[in-house]
Write a protein that binds this ligand. Sequence first.
Ligand SMILES: Cc1ncc(COP(=O)(O)O)c(C=O)c1O
Length: 425
Amino acid sequence: MHWRATAPIANYSVHKAVASQVDWSALREDFPILREQAHGHPLIYFDSAASSQKPRPVIEALRNFYEHDNANVHRGLHTLSSRATEAYENARRRVAEYIGAACGDEIIFTRGTTESINLVAQAWGGKFIREGDVILLTVMEHHSNLVPWQLLAERTGARLRFVPVLDDGTLHLEQLDSLLTPEVKVFAFTHISNSLGTINPVAELCTKARAVGALTLVDAAQSAGHMPLDVQELGCDFLAFSGHKMCAPTGIGVLYGRAELLESMPPWHGGGEMIVSVTLEKSTFKKPPHRFEAGTPTIAGAIGLGAAIDYIEAIGRSAIFEHDSELARCAAERLTELPGIRIFGPSQERGALVGFVMDAAHPHDLTTFADQYGLAMRGGHHCNQPLMRRFGVSGTTRASFYFYNTMEEIDRMIEILHGAVRFFS
Ligand SMILES: Cc1ncc(COP(=O)(O)O)c(C=O)c1O
C-alpha cells in the first residue's frame, strides 16, 4: 500500500498521524477503480457517503480467502474450516479493537447498519418496549434509523418523539432536556448526518440519556470510517455501522452492544449456528454474539472488513478526518461562488459531505448533467425524507468525500457546476 506517514504500517494505533504526513495522492494508487473514466472523462467519485471504493489490500484479502481458506465456519473439523473460522473470529476481534469495545463478544456481524438497527428494534425492543414507552429519535435520521422504530412502535403501542433540527442543521439541544423524560426507553440518533454533514455530540447525548435511564443507539454509518471512535468513551449502549462505506465489501456490517445488554436479548433470527441444542419442539441458544448470527455468515465480508480496518488504521483516522473535513469545508466555501445556491448543514465543523440545491436545476438533472463530465454525485432525498420536508425541499445534490479525493477534484466540480448553471439557465 502507498502511504508515507512516519509511523510504521504494522502499528495499528497510528491514528495520531496528521494529514500533512500522509501522501494522499499516492494512496489513490491503491484504488484501481479511480482510473476509470465516465463518458470519456476521468472519474471523480464524490459518492462515498453512499458507498466507498475499495483498496487493493481489501480486494486481495477477499481473493486470498477464496483461493486459500474458503470453507464454512464453526461447524467443520477440517483444516480449511478451522482457517476460515480463525480468520472470521480474528476479524471480529479486530472490529472490537477498532471501536474500543471490551471484547469480540460485543461485536455482532450483520449485513450493515440497517440490519443492525432492525436487530436492536426487534430483539431488544420486542422484549423491553411496552405500550406508553417513548422512543426518542431526531428529525435528521436516515430511514434506517426511523422505519425499524416505527414498526416497533406500531407493534407495541410505544410513542415516537423527535429532537428537532435547527436551520443551521444542528440538533435543537436546548429542547433535549424536556424531550428526555423518564418514559424514554431508548434514544437512537445518528453520529453524522448523511445529508447535512452535522456531527452530533454523541458523548453528551449519551450522558443525558443515561441520566433518565434511557439506552442509546448510535448510527455510525457516516463516522466509523472517517474518524476515531471509541464506544466506551462515547458511553453508548449500541452502535451500528456498514463495512461498505469504509473500504470493505457490501453485505457486511456491525452491531456493537454492551455485553450485559446482548446477554439479556432473545434471538431475532432462528436457524443454524445460533443454537446449543434443538428438539422438534424447542431449542436453546448460544451466548452472544453467535446467538444473533443465524445461518452461514458473510465470512469473506468480515475478513474484508478486517482488512479495511487495517488499511484505515495504517493511514490514521485523525488524519483521515482532518483531510476529509478540509475537503468538505472547501467544497462548501467554493460552492457559494455559484449563483442561486443553497447549502445545507453547519457552516463550522462538518463531516465529509456537502448537500446543496441550485435554483438552475433539479438535483436529479444536475447529478445527471455532472455524470456526463465524469463527476459522480448523488441527487435525491438520501433516505432522509422527513429531513428534506423540514427544509422545504424534495431533495438535494450531495457531494461526499473520502481520503482518496483531492482539492483538484473539487476545483473540477466547481467548473462543472458553473457549466451546469450556463446549461440550465
Ligand atoms: C446515516 C446512515 N444511516 C444508515 C444508513 C444505511 O446503511 P446501509 O444501507 O449500509 O444499511 C446510511 C446509508 O446511507 C446512512 O448514511
